[in-house]
Design a protein around this ligand. Structure first.
Ligand code: SF4
Length: 260
């Protein structure tokens, strides 16, 4: 059991079976960058976005993963339980985009809570409508990746509209559920002032966002695009400068938000 307080640690809802199956791309037992404490991260396969800067294009299709039941996942997780208990962490469901598989996510959340874990969901928010308010309320922390605020930049960056993402953000806020917002800073793509300032304005109105993480673009996933024969448009894009990162952090901080 983790040191953090899970929303539904006791008497976890068993309406979702541990026999529910879904597609799992991979997992990592000791992440320190996917939520509070040390996390067991489960990457599910499938995603409807095509982010220009995606460093995991090998997760885009369901068949990129292996079919597993919730019980299979619990079997994988159990050996790490003592380690996670001592590290004040929990489990983070990520992807790809996990809400491509909403039934699987619901069942995983219940199962992880049944084991006493703090559960975070790392999502781009596009399929938030697949979760009910009750479902959203069970998630201890949502890591909401808002790729851009400006509708045209969002569409260009990920090939999907931003409106459903912002709707998910507002629902989480209305429910008072804890959220961290993540924003990938890509020079020449997402770093336009109206995009950054617009996002900072929007996030500052929500009231449930505990921190904003500015994630600097990097080239570490470039080789995967090449391996998959995909057209990688950012091959010549440099990571953001420290000054640029500081400017974006300050845009959020000046509105009363914690930004790292
Ligand atoms: S949402 Fe995540 S997995 Fe999907 S394309 Fe974007 S970066 Fe890649």
């Amino acid at each position: 059991m983790s040191g953090l307080e899970p929303a539904h640690a006791e008497g976890a809802n068993s309406s979702h079976s541990t026999m529910t199956k879904g597609f799992v791309h991979s997992y990592f037992p000791g992440s320190s960058v996917d939520g509070p404490g040390v996390r067991f991260v489960l990457w599910l396969s499938g995603c409807a976005f095509r982010c220009q800067y995606c460093h995991n294009p090998d997760t885009w299709h369901l068949h990129n993963g292996k079919e597993m039941s919730v019980e299979d996942v619990l079997q994988v997780l159990r050996p790490y339980e003592p380690f996670l208990n001592g590290a004040h962490g929990g489990v983070t469901i990520s992807g790809g985009e996990p809400l491509i598989q909403p039934d699987f996510v619901r069942s995983l959340v219940d199962a992880f809570h049944g084991e006493g874990y703090h559960v975070a969901l790392d999502t781009n928010g596009f399929y938030g409508s697949k979760l009910s308010d009750d479902d959203l309320s069970k998630i201890d922390l949502t890591l909401l990746d808002i790729k851009s605020f400006d509708p045209a930049i969002h569409l260009d960056a990920v090939e999907q509209p931003v409106a459903p993402v912002l709707e998910t953000a507002r629902r989480l806020a209305d429910l008072g559920r804890p959220a961290w917002v993540r924003f990938v800073l890509v020079p020449g793509l997402t770093d336009q002032p109206q995009n950054v300032e617009g996002l900072a304005d929007f996030v500052s109105t929500l009231g449930n966002v505990q921190r904003v993480e500015i994630l600097p673009f990097h080239q570490m996933g470039a080789f995967k695009w090449k391996e998959l024969g995909l057209d990688y448009r950012l091959a010549n894009t440099e990571p953001p400068t420290p000054e640029s990162i500081s400017w974006v952090q300050e845009a959020f901080r000046s509105r009363g938000l914690e930004a790292v």
